[in-house]
Design a protein around this ligand. Sequence first.
Ligand code: I3P
Length: 109
Amino acid sequence: KTGFLARKSHADMDGKKTPRGKRGWKTFYAVLKGTVLYLQKDEYKPEKALSEEDLKNAVSVHHALASKATDYEKKPNVLKLKTADWRVLLFQAQNQEEMQTWINKINCV
Ligand code: I3P
């Protein structure tokens, strides 16, 4: 599964609220491969190696839980991802169907 996703960090690895200045939205080209959600600055090119930045942004979705972010009302089509290491990330998909597909795929890995 691939597609554009905007990401916002809500809580960090220790479960603590992501500090001010690091809570903004940023759009990535997302690639779910195995148990890893890669968040790349540019569209995926098979021949191109992942940059340092791309590797830093990758999220493990092993033992993670994705659900519709029902408590977030500022934007539509937002899903919430709780990772095994207590991060909470919000992702805005391009439409309702995309959001549901991402949720299903993430919860099925
Ligand atoms: C954040 C940024 C986000 C905003 C967040 C701000 O500032 O403006 O867009 O979330 O509000 O803290 P910064 O870029 O300096 O981190 P929303 O778009 O959801 O309002 P928050 O602290 O209430 O999450």
